[in-house]
Design a protein around this ligand. Sequence first.
Ligand code: SAM
Length: 262
Amino acid sequence: MTHHPRKRFGQNFLIDTHIIKQIVAAIHPVPKQNILEIGPGQGALTAELVASGATIDAVEIDRDLAQHLQQEFIQYKNFHLHCADILKFELAELAVERKTHKLRVVGNLPYNISTPLLFKLFENVNNIQDMYFMLQREVAHRLTAHPNTKEYGRMSVMAQYYCTMQVILDVPPTAFSPQPKVHSCIVHFTPYIEPQIVVADHALLQDIVTHAFSQRRKTIANSLKDFISQEELIGLQLDPKLRAENLRLMDYSNITNYLAKD
Ligand code: SAM
């Protein structure tokens, strides 16, 4: 098929067969599993996923690519194509349809939507067994960053609330066509079955973390003043002079649970 890659859809197709095999081996799909592939593109990962016998739901926004995929995999009863925008796709509905097992979500993600997409997936984490994503290396580092580092931010706190993460593979630009300007990584996300820290109000946690990091150079007394007073911070054993990057997930959770009690 001749397809001119569309920049607006973040189309960098995997062409390195060794890397493709390594990714699929890490995912290790088996029959009866339910796999949701985001952005199958020209089917680089899809072919191997389908061949495993697992049930594959693939969501592709590009109509030309979707048409091609539909033709290519038409004979496989375990392949289901959805020509749709994953950011608008009803994950909960798919989970109900594939109710036998939780979803395994995989994909070489379009980098321009990786942040909103990860947030959407975190909201649906109860329906997800695990996730394997190709991400820009910087995003992978932010996800797994520790407090007191410059990579640590809103994404680190929220991702670490929902999942454990492991970078399993570095992927150079030469593995793609066209080649992206950045390096990539495969990250394995495993949602907590029993959350290690329980927050009563997830939206409030996200709001607090977003506020703190949107003014990360300010003290928390200042950046969080609309939520909590200096005295209350001290009451929670938090120095009001600390900055967003000094607080651990546990600290953000304590602030959230304290405020949620009101
Ligand atoms: N999986 C293929 C591969 O590895 O070669 C393609 C990966 S390419 C980086 C990203 C794919 O996601 C493209 O096929 C693109 O059209 C698709 N895509 C982009 N935005 C999307 C969206 N909002 N919803 C679903 N698919 C999207």
